[in-house]
Design a protein around this ligand. Structure first.
Ligand code: NDP
Length: 269
């Protein structure tokens, strides 16, 4: 441990009852011998200011999840460059009482894209479905891949246009899923389609040959889309790896040491 311990370590969200983050964060804390418990804190949007005051008083650090990532970022005294780029924070700590926000979702996307594509990540043609907060993290990651290009499709085209304007150097808006998929080497689902049922965001038969598939959604036993894509010969990963990796990167920010990723994964099983 190279840093003073924070007073509390929390996951702030609404609702957070079914979050899996406490499982692997508490395993990482135990493995590192850090005497803290990763708690969930269920905070309705209207209660965010009150929660932030409590967290400041406790010199807390932690994570932020749906629906607070954007509102939280706007209330930070400082943001890291990547959180600023996303206009969203999923990780925070306090420095001399000041709230600092970071975004490790971007690093989570980076890690999974690298695992799927290897060095070809840097020249990927990405079909990105969805234009919400997690799509912004994918675009912020793709900006760092050198020569990657992203074709963004969203059912609400205005939202796609406004996100593409923020990431114009790597992004163009596709008028249909078909045109987003044309020639894609990586197909990313950043919608909740398939999160609670076996729906597929893109029919398997329409995936370009050889394209890798990255589903940000995750379910026990993987999403149906990821299983079907793999059965059809595509490299595929669901969002579980991104979840654990963003958590591991957050842990490094809080404590200045790498967590035991194997212990984190064992806790998920
Ligand atoms: P947002 O609510 O910010 O955005 C959701 C996006 O999905 C919007 O573009 C929305 O389109 C689109 N959408 C919603 N429902 C449908 C539908 N039925 N058909 C087509 N498009 C739809 O959500 P997030 O970006 O925060 O999350 C998206 C997914 O990513 C979720 O499954 C979430 O669990 C997952 N996620 C995973 C993480 C991980 O660590 N693995 C981290 C963060 C998110 P419209 O604009 O038209 O409403």
């Amino acid at each position: 441990m190279s840093r003073p311990l924070p007073g509390r370590l929390v996951l702030l969200g609404h609702p957070v009852a079914h979050s899996r983050s406490p499982l692997f964060q508490n395993a990482a804390l135990r493995a590192a011998g850090i005497p803290l418990v990763y708690e969930t804190m269920d905070v309705a949007p209207d209660d965010l200011p009150r929660a932030l005051a409590l967290l400041r008083e406790a010199n807390a650090c932690g994570n932020v999840t749906i629906p607070h990532k954007e509102a939280f970022a706007s209330r930070c005294a400082r943001l890291t460059a990547i959180a600023e780029r996303c206009a969203a924070a999923n990780t925070f700590w306090h420095e001399q009482g000041d709230l600092v926000g970071d975004n490790t979702d971007v690093g989570g996307v980076d890690a999974i894209a690298l695992a799927l594509l290897g060095p070809q990540r840097n020249t990927a043609t990405v079909a990105l479905i969805g234009a919400g907060g997690s799509a912004a993290a994918v675009l912020a990651a793709a900006e760092g891949w050198g020569n990657a290009r992203v074709r963004l499709y969203n059912r609400n085209m205005d939202r796609a246009d406004s996100l593409a304007r923020r990431f114009g150097s790597v992004t163009s808006v596709a008028p249909s899923i078909g045109s987003a998929l044309d020639g894609a080497t990586l197909v990313v689902n950043a919608t909740p389609v398939g999160l609670r049922d076996d729906a597929h965001p893109v029919p398997i038969s329409e995936l370009p040959p050889g394209a890798a598939v990255f589903d940000l959604a995750y379910r026990a036993g993987e999403t149906s889309w990821v299983r079907a894509a793999r059965d059809a010969g595509h490299r595929a990963a669901d969002g579980e790896g991104m979840l654990v990796e963003q958590g591991a990167l957050s842990f490094e920010r809080w404590f200045g040491v790498e967590p035991d990723r194997d212990a984190m994964w064992r806790a998920m099983r």
